[in-house]
Each structure stands twice: as structure tokens, then as C-alpha cells.
Design a protein. Structure first.
Length: 265
């Protein structure tokens, strides 16, 4: 039996279908314009209380030096021995004879704040004038790792990939932000550690952003490997690593550090 539908009925049916489709489109358009559709409410970020003044450790930081002791540090040459630098009047002063020091704890990705001061009576020139360094990760026994240079470059010229704020022999700083000797300076650092495969192949390089005295001097720089005095940089596999401070062997007066803290990320 053949059902015959009048043309008028077909028009009514088509109109109903088109109206239904238009209704769906209208609803979709309204949903697309609803800001609530792109609001995310969970999980909520943890609450971190900032320091009361610039440079003061926030509530979730690990304080590495608070001006009273070197309990968080050891000697690099013999990690069973305490760090042999001088602590007095809330300040940590480099002891060149004692050598480099490093944190007891190891870190991967982190935010680091550290303040340093070149002596007002500094002598020497080039790399021999208030030389030190913040090694952002140690790559193994006998290796320096990745160095952020500390030096007096207020009125002191040296090779630009070795001046203050440089990633030593790899990245020229975006600005010379040095204050004059005798004044406190700061580094605020965001460090992303390199990632390696089980076989030791590099999966992603280390990256670093550095503010010196509130000025960006390194902006997401990708390191080519560990920072070497001689030769080209290369990577070798390592995991979480201590942070090191350098006791450079130059003959200038030793510089000082204070207010050191880190936030693992």
C-alpha cells in the first residue's frame, strides 16, 4: 500500500525540521557565548604567603641560608665535612682555601633567590675581580655543572659570555645590571632541569631565566650542556642535583652572600 503525503504536509514537516535545527543552533550559539563553559574551579592552587619585603623567603621556601649557620651546606671536595665558609653578622663570606660548597639537598626544577655583594675595596681586573658563581646543578663528582657567573662588571670589562649574569661561556646576558662594589645585588632564577632517557639520551635541555637586580638578563635560555672553561659544552645524564657556590681561585678580595632560599617546582 502506497502512502500519499500531500505537498502541504511535506512543507509543514520540512518547516518543523528546519525549526528544530535552528533551535539546536541557537542553543549551541548561546552555550558558545557562555563564559562559564571555560571556567575551571578545581584543583585550587595551594596558598603561598609572600615575604613581607622583596627578597624575603615565602612561606613554602626551603631556606638555605638565613644568616645564622651553614647547616644546609657541605664541602664539595668531601661532602661528609661541613662547609668551611665564614658566617658573621648575618652574612656568608667565601673562604677560598676551603673551596666550593654545595647544598645537602638535591633539586630538579626550582625557583632560587640569592643575594651577593662585591667588596667595596675590590681589586683586580677581568675575571680576577670578585669572581664566584652559582652552579645551578652539579652533573657529577668532579664536574662543575651549569654556572651562572658572579663577577664585578660595574666598571670592569671581560669577555661578554663570562661577565656577570652570563651562563658561563654559553649565554651573553641581555643587560649589564651590575651595581657598584659594596652594594648588595640579587639573582632570582627559574631553573628547569634537563631530562634524559633511561639510556642517557637528552630528551629536553636545561632552561634558565634570570633576573639580576629585578632586570631580566637571561630569558628562557636553553643550555647546550654543562658550562666548561675549555672546550664545547655537552650533556651527560644526571638526576636531581645540589646547588653549588664557587670559591674562585683569583687573588681579589672574597665576596659575600646572604638571604638564600629555594622553592622546588
Amino acid at each position: 500500500m502506497i502512502s500519499i503525503v500531500s505537498s502541504n504536509t511535506r512543507r509543514m514537516l520540512l518547516f518543523s525540521l528546519l525549526s528544530y535545527a535552528a533551535g539546536i543552533q541557537w542553543v549551541q550559539a548561546q552555550e558558545a557565548n557562555d563564559p562559564k563553559l571555560t571556567e575551571v574551579w578545581t584543583p585550587e592552587p595551594k596558598v603561598v604567603t609572600p615575604g613581607a619585603v622583596y627578597g624575603q623567603a615565602p612561606s613554602d621556601a626551603i631556606v638555605l641560608f638565613d644568616g645564622t649557620s651553614l647547616d644546609q651546606w657541605v664541602n664539595v671536595k668531601d661532602t661528609t665535612q661541613p662547609a668551611g665558609w665564614t658566617v658573621a653578622d648575618g652574612i656568608l663570606t667565601v673562604n677560598k682555601k676551603a673551596g666550593n660548597i654545595q647544598t645537602k639537598q638535591s633539586f630538579s626544577n626550582y625557583q632560587l633567590h640569592i643575594e651577593w655583594r662585591i667588596p667595596a675595596n675590590i681589586t683586580g681586573s677581568g675575571q680576577g675581580r670578585g669572581n664566584s658563581g652559582v652552579f645551578l646543578a652539579s652533573t657529577g663528582p668532579g664536574d662543575d655543572g651549569y654556572e651562572l657567573q658572579v663577577l664585578d662588571c660595574y666598571n670592569n670589562k671581560t669577555y661578554v659570555n663570562g661577565q656577570t649574569g652570563s651562563i658561563y661561556k654559553q649565554a651573553i646576558p641581555l643587560a649589564n645590571a651590575c651595581r657598584k662594589p659594596g652594594e648588595w645585588q640579587s639573582y632570582d632564577i627559574v631553573w628547569t632541569a634537563p631530562v634524559f632517557s633511561e639510556a642517557g639520551d637528552l630528551l629536553s635541555p636545561a632552561k634558565v631565566t634570570v633576573f639580576q637586580n629585578g632586570i631580566v638578563v637571561e630569558n628562557g635560555f636553553e643550555l647546550k650542556g654543562q658550562t666548561l672553561y675549555i672546550g664545547k659544552p655537552y650533556y651527560k645524564k644526571h638526576g636531581p642535583s645540589p646547588i653549588k657556590l664557587q670559591a674562585h681561585g683569583d687573588k681579589s678580595e672574597p665576596l659575600s652572600y646572604r638571604n638564600i632560599w629555594v622553592r622546588p617546582l
